[in-house]
Design a protein around this ligand. Structure first.
Ligand SMILES: Cc1cc2nc3c(=O)[nH]c(=O)nc-3n(C[C@H](O)[C@H](O)[C@H](O)COP(=O)(O)OP(=O)(O)OC[C@H]3O[C@@H](n4cnc5c(N)ncnc54)[C@H](O)[C@@H]3O)c2cc1C
Length: 424
């Protein structure tokens, strides 16, 4: 390594909130080639980085945001993701900030009628080996970032926007950054989300807009009406909209997300167009139960999240480049599995890298062969589950409510296929 790179090496361990202009620990600059990187992850990808590092391989992560970590509102983690995070020894860190709701309660958003309850307590833990966990997304990212920074095989850079990725017929992969710099990589994982640039290597599709939009935010617990039961997660559903509420960060905050189908959305409307605006939010929930209206009134309206997914594809890989998380299998959030499936990906990928002695093309092929059928099923079912919540025609809500009313709180029949994987 030349003296200039060696001098830059100490700044590799980026701290939260710091923008770093660095090169990988093992970086070597070659004229006309760029910095050589053994294994690069584009995007957040911190769980993937940790899994790979724990398997004994170096990994470098680049993220376009100026800051790694603290971000967003609440996130729900189901046992299938928690099993992976626990294997990374993150359980105690999660427990310090997480909340374990006692029940998941579905209610009618207009009448307030309880539709069904899923017991998330002892019976749930006995079945899945984990408690259903909700926390602040920023707390999760901070935990992952701290673990990455503590691991000597992981290096990170923030403020690094990738503009293009190319695979050189399986011999190497080249990544271009917005500032013109290039990295020559032995392998690349595109974990660059819904609007992934890496995905352009394997598919020419675009995100599909559902016409739904979300408003989300956190509220100090004391600002919520007394009627909210802080131990529970509440999902208020009615045709065309729903509201989710749960406590996070040791119950100091409540996460709230309101979703609705915009009447102004038209196929082809762009994310920035005037659909799903704040006036529609207020209008949609104006006739809702008092508790729902009170919650919606507390939501900030400065930002909204249009809801997109993509159809499943049958290939994520070209040579030494593959996809992970939303870049590979973006899904509507109704099953609350987007991040959970991304975390499952990380475990599977690391396992196949070990099995194939770190040889990326073979490991990537095995990884996608295992993951695509499962994630495609989750993507498809997420759409269906959204329709079951939101359908306007009376028949689906009527059937749903009958089914809901008949099930016992500890009946997990419909959750096993999601939560029992990966096997304990
Ligand atoms: C309202 C809402 C609620 C949700 N709640 C849950 C939940 O409770 N539980 C759950 O499991 N899932 C949930 N999801 C889904 C979940 O947020 C996503 O599936 C998950 O964040 C995907 O993770 P990812 O790392 O693949 O992509 P992202 O989280 O989108 O991360 C991609 C990263 O790549 C970076 N990036 C993008 N392009 C580039 C580039 N060119 N160069 C460098 N960096 C780049 C981005 O800055 C970003 O940090 C929810 C989604 C929504 C919309």
């Amino acid at each position: 390594m030349d003296a200039r790179l060696a001098a830059r090496r100490p700044v590799l361990r980026a701290k939260p909130g710091e923008r770093r202009r660095t090169v990988p620990r093992d970086g070597q600059r070659e004229v006309g080639v760029g910095v050589r990187v053994p294994f690069l992850i584009i995007g957040g990808g911190m769980a993937a980085g940790l899994c790979r590092a724990r398997a004994g391989f170096d990994v470098h992560i680049v993220e376009q945001a100026p800051r790694l970590g603290a971000l967003g509102a609440g996130i729900q983690l189901a046992p299938n993701a928690l099993r992976v995070l626990s294997a990374l020894d993150l359980g105690p860190d999660l427990a310090a900030v997480a909340v374990y709701p006692r029940n998941l309660v579905f209610l009618h958003a207009d009448t307030g009628r309880r539709l069904t309850t899923v017991d998330l307590g002892d019976a749930f833990r006995a079945r899945y080996g984990q408690l259903y966990t909700v926390l602040h997304r920023g707390d999760l990212l901070d935990i992952l970032l701290a673990a990455c920074r503590a691991h000597e095989r992981v290096t990170l850079e923030s403020g690094r926007e990738v503009v293009e990725v190319r695979d050189a017929e399986g011999h190497s992969a080249t990544v271009w950054f917005a500032d013109g710099e290039t990295y020559a990589c032995e392998a690349v994982i595109g974990a660059d989300g819904l609007w992934s640039r890496t995905r352009a290597l394997v598919a020419d599709d675009v995100p599909l807009c559902s016409g739904y939009v979300a408003y989300r935010g956190t509220v100090p617990a004391e600002d919520l009406p007394d009627s909210v039961r802080p131990d529970d997660e509440l999902v208020w559903i009615v045709p065309g909209k729903h509201l989710v509420q749960y406590p996070i960060r040791r119950r100091e905050l409540h996460n709230q997300v309101a979703f609705f189908r915009s009447r102004r959305y038209r196929p082809g409307s762009a994310a920035g167009d005037d659909w799903g605006a704040a006036d529609e939010l207020r209008e949609h929930f104006a006739a809702s139960a008092e508790q729902v209206r009170a919650a919606v009134a507390l939501l900030g309206t400065h930002r909204r999240w249009p809801m997109y997914d993509r159809a499943p594809v049958d290939n994520w890989t070209t040579g030494r480049v593959t996809l992970l998380g939303d870049a590979a299998h973006p899904m509507l959030q109704y099953l609350v599995q987007g991040a959970c499936q991304a975390i499952e990906d990380t475990e599977c990928l690391a396992r196949h890298l070990v099995a194939h002695d770190g040889k990326a093309p073979a490991a990537f092929a095995a990884y996608q062969a295992e993951r695509i059928p499962r994630t495609a099923a989750v993507q498809r079912l997420a759409r269906v589950w959204g329709e079951v919540w939101h359908d306007d025609a009376p028949v689906i809500p009527a059937l749903r409510d009958r089914l809901f009313a008949r099930r016992a709180p500890d009946d997990y029949t419909y959750l096993d296929w999601l939560y029992r994987h990966p096997a304990r």
